[in-house]
Write a new protein. Sequence first.
Lengths: 195, 309
Amino acid sequence: MQVTRRQFFKLCGAGLGSSSLAMLGFSATEALAEIRSFKLERATETRNTCPYCSVGCGILMYSLGDKAKNAKSTIIHIEGDPDHPVNRGTLCPKGAGLLDFVHSASRLQYPEVREAGTDEWKRISWDEAFTRIATHMKNDRDQNFIAKNADGLTVNRWLSTGFLAASASSNESGYLTHKIVRSWGMLAFDNQARV
Amino acid sequence: MSTTAILQPGEIEPPVGEIPFLYIPARDSVFRERAVRLRALAQGHVMQEFLLFMADLTDAQHAALAVLAQVPLPSAAQTALGREHGMPPLSVQSWPRDAAWQKALAQIIVHVMKTATPTATRILQRLQAMDSAALETFATEILAGNFDDMDLGAAPFVAAALQVYWTHLSTALGTRAFAAGDIVNLCPVCASPPVSSVVRIGGAENALRYLCCSVCNAQWHMVRVKCSNCESTAGISYFMIAGTSGAVKAEACEACGTYLKIMHMDKDQYVDPVADDLATLALDLMMDESGQLRSGPNLFLISTSTLAA
């Protein structure tokens, strides 16, 4: 028995002349001429997870654009992923409104800081943002870390900072978050179930 | 104080149930509806005459299927064994096909002779003159996808008769006789490659994608946005001819460089995996120009340039 799993078929202009269509006496000339006036349009569908809550519904995101280096592709439609075991194609009103969330004019797209004593939001780089957060966390931990309790038992607690993780995380990011946060000694730790 | 019933495991109904893995079209309408679709698509089409003749051929399939004789089917033990091991029980490569398909071929030839062009008539007469053994060899070559050195003009008629026979088998046994196979891009009924895929509407199949068998007409579930040839989920793009409804697109994979057409019933509820594929030859030609190969055949339009890798 011959295994024909990998077999490809070439339907091209040159091959049409010897194809079954031509052998039966039909002409492919017009079909070949017609495509000169046609243009191919490219779209993409991407599988993702709704960011809103811990149910973690699967979504399909449709975008237009040819993925060329200088062409920006735009998301044109979002719907429930019919193959996803959690939601089987359905979405709640929040999930159904995701497209507006993606294109929202007031969407936060970069880190901003409001310095103490001001009422103004100032744009900063991701590097600056990470450095500031890390510095704050380190200072707080250095000052408030509890290595031993009153009885001299080693407890390694950091009670003055808490951590709130996102709702729509994968198992892997959940695992990493837990490992990192618990290694710091942080006890106040939760995942936000819904936004 | 009110009491709230606490649901126990198993009491919560899943919202839409299991994904139906197999969809087998109705035996008495699959070819009839395809013929209707071909005639509708032929209106104002540059390949009008070809599509109308293919409609006649499909009508002939419908008539031949209606009178096909009783043929041996696999036993319950054979289908159970197939389900257990994920093997298609009616594989086109190994199932001992009954000579009834040759009778269907003879009927099809008589039927299409009425509207055949002089060229096609000569081909049909050549087929009529072939003996049983030669026809079996021809059938084996078609089912194996060996299109080189083949009598391509005659191939669609032989393929049409084989489709009638295998459609009889798949519809006679029903969906419960089959289970998902190990190779997702081969039909779980007859192990043939798909002709195209359809995103269905309505019921439990709503918005799910099914690959459509090029021989037995069974449709089997395949996750969307996944290459039906190499199962890659990265780099999947959809190409359509600008200005069309988008009911027929080419699902292309960057990983293996192949494409298969995908038809959307929510854009046009009457799309047919074979008819709409023939009517969108322009999309094939344009995909070929961008260097991509088709991963499944349409046995009504065969070209010699078949590449096996």
